[in-house]
Design a binder for this molecule. Sequence first.
Ligand SMILES: Cc1ncc(COP(=O)(O)O)c(C=O)c1O
Length: 398
Amino acid sequence: MRHPDIITETPSPAPETPATSRRALLRGLGLASVGVAALATGCSKGEAVAAPATAAPVAPVVDKSVAIMGANESPFGPSKKAIAAMIEKASLTARYADAEGEELKKQIAAIEGVDPQQIFLANGSTPILAAFGEIIAARGKGQLVTSIATYEGVPRSVLEYGAELVTVPLTSDFGIDLDAMAKKISKKTTATYVCNPNNPTGNMVDPVKLRAFAIEASKTAPCFIDEAYLHLCDDFNANVMTSLVREGHNVVIGRTFSKIYGMAGQRLGYGIAQPELAMKMAMATRMGGINHLGIIAAMASLSDAEFVPAMQPKFKAGRERLHKIATDLGRKVAGNPQASFVFFDVGMPNKEFADKMMAEGVRVVGRAWPGYENWTRICVGEDWEMDRCEAAMKKVLA
Ligand SMILES: Cc1ncc(COP(=O)(O)O)c(C=O)c1O
């Protein structure tokens, strides 16, 4: 299944050649002069190359010909500890990651206060959403109840497996209408899906209401709460729903290292569910094994207590800046975005706006959400990307 956020109709920038991208990578890692030979030739477990003495940079090295603000990746990059761990342990990737995967599950379980049997890993959370869709499609007899617009991972999978998709529109203030969703649940329903914060709006549902909805809905069928962006919101603790799993409800929590942890290209996601469903999901998503380097980076990221608190204000400042740029230009913005992006009305077909922005060197999402054909979603970038985006929006939306 392709990642919905990389399905874009706008042209991609010319890729760097292997030679230039390798130079750029080494430059970025501060390794242009240290340890390169060791990295290139590989080394055994006991001889793992030491992390560079100078701290690796946080921001990824990118081609500045295009500001990439369409796929909700982190412009700030992974934790320095994750980068150092990946470099130090790269040689371990000769082996499958079964033992390390068990370690990571224990680490996550300790953080979330659940049993390791309730954790399942996957190469990003896209395979989790796809597998969940397949399972609840129940060979074409199932039914998913969700909202529209929301993230397409589960809805698309359910449709691919021939099951029924029941959607309710967003509320007038761009929230997920949990009351309307509750009314649609019937004996036919095999799952519900709530994305919180929601993609593409970035809005959140009231945690008290979400809790009540999930408890009720999960009496009929599993309720999937996609928390891909939850660490970015103003109050993680008030909104996190893992307690529902701890209390024994048939709730599945989806998480990813692609967003706040800055590991979109490394591919590591996880889910939290009741043991039986967690086992089923693990079998469905494993596909021959989990990304070893991703597990190494994930473990280091979770051990880096300073990383998430350091990233949160950066994303907040970025989304607030995007919100201001859009509202200053008289655009209608969807509610109170709490993730890494802002969704707003551009007053022209989404594709036309994307093409005009691309001409200014800014890539925004090149597809529209049903019912929001004149809206776009722009995600937080590095400072130079934000500056370029602001200038481009002023020109395109003038
Ligand atoms: C809400 C949501 N869930 C899940 C994903 C999947 O991300 P990944 O496969 O990189 O973990 C995305 C990607 O943008 C998303 O927006």
